[in-house]
Ligand binder design. Structure first.
Ligand code: FE2
Length: 284
């Protein structure tokens, strides 16, 4: 398979736990993905939200229903909403394009446009360069982070949520808009991946729990902003601490993320993300 990373980029990956790849995405594919996201949002707007969505998010008291909405989203395309998007009657109190937090978590296997975007030769080559033996595309998300509404994502690493033994998860973060400090770009702690995951989020009974493995707080002063142009891919190690600020600007900060694990690693039965038998994980 042809190499994607230069020697310098490979060294940056080893040292920092991430590598920034400008102009990674083919512009036609980028346009197709943006159009498809617009179409999905229009469908929700014109044709109504998926069954149950308004009920689940209509009050902040419905922890169990929201847990269920999340825990059964491994093999579907489902919207998630910002807090306060609905009133108690289940009616939207802000326009839909300001209400959506994200889509998840199987666009890459359920939607042909996302499938094409997620299964390119360049991405397969990048995964190969990063050492994957049997790459499996586990999870995809569209993250809206709308102007003035999109909130903070607290500092975390993704291995916490997508655990394998040994650690294998890598995140691929695609900027669909220019991402800046003002509109809530990703920040990361260079080299922080060497510290391992400090928590593990997993299923417990009908809900979830978080095991604290190391109570040391992240050094937030060590975060550096990753300001990137639309079309950039940031590949980041599953143990890399990353964070993003609220979007306080007038500019949207649309992103698509894809998480890949190695099929040679063990995938625990108490990970939150569990697919049904009709949609096994696939590679590139
Ligand atoms: Fe993350």
């Amino acid at each position: 398979m042809p190499r994607v990373l230069t020697e310098e980029q490979r060294a940056a990956w080893d040292r920092d736990g991430y590598v920034v790849l400008p102009d990674f995405v083919d512009l036609a594919l980028l346009g197709d993905l943006r159009d498809r996201i617009d179409a999905i949002v229009s469908d929700y707007s014109d044709g109504g939200l998926p069954d149950g969505a308004a009920t689940v998010f209509s009050t902040t008291e419905q922890t169990h229903a929201q847990d269920d909405w999340f825990l059964t989203s491994a093999d579907v395309v489902r919207p998630f909403f910002e807090d306060g998007a609905f009133d108690a009657a289940g009616d939207l109190v802000v326009p839909l394009d300001r209400a959506l937090n994200k889509l998840g978590h199987a666009m890459h296997d359920r939607d042909p446009v996302f499938d094409r975007f997620s299964r390119t030769g360049a991405l397969a080559g990048l995964a190969d360069d990063l050492g994957f033996v049997e790459p499996l595309l586990l999870q995809s998300m569209v993250i809206f982070k709308p102007p003035h509404i999109g909130g903070e994502v607290v500092c975390h690493c993704d291995h916490t949520f997508l655990w394998t033994e040994p650690r294998s998860v890598v995140g691929f973060w695609f900027a669909l808009d220019d991402a800046t400090v003002d509109n809530g770009c990703m920040w990361a702690i260079p080299g922080g991946h060497t510290g391992g995951a400090r928590t593990r989020f997993r299923r417990q009974g009908a809900g979830t729990t978080t095991d604290v493995l190391d109570p040391t707080p992240y050094d937030m002063d060590a975060l550096v902003p990753l300001e990137v142009a639309a079309g950039t891919c940031i590949a980041f190690h599953g143990c890399l601490p990353h964070w993003s600020a609220p979007n306080t600007s007038d500019q949207s900060r649309l992103a698509y993320t894809l998480h890949v694990i190695d099929g040679t690693a063990d995938y625990p039965a108490d990970n939150w993300l569990q697919r049904g038998p009709d949609l096994p994980l696939r590679g590139f």
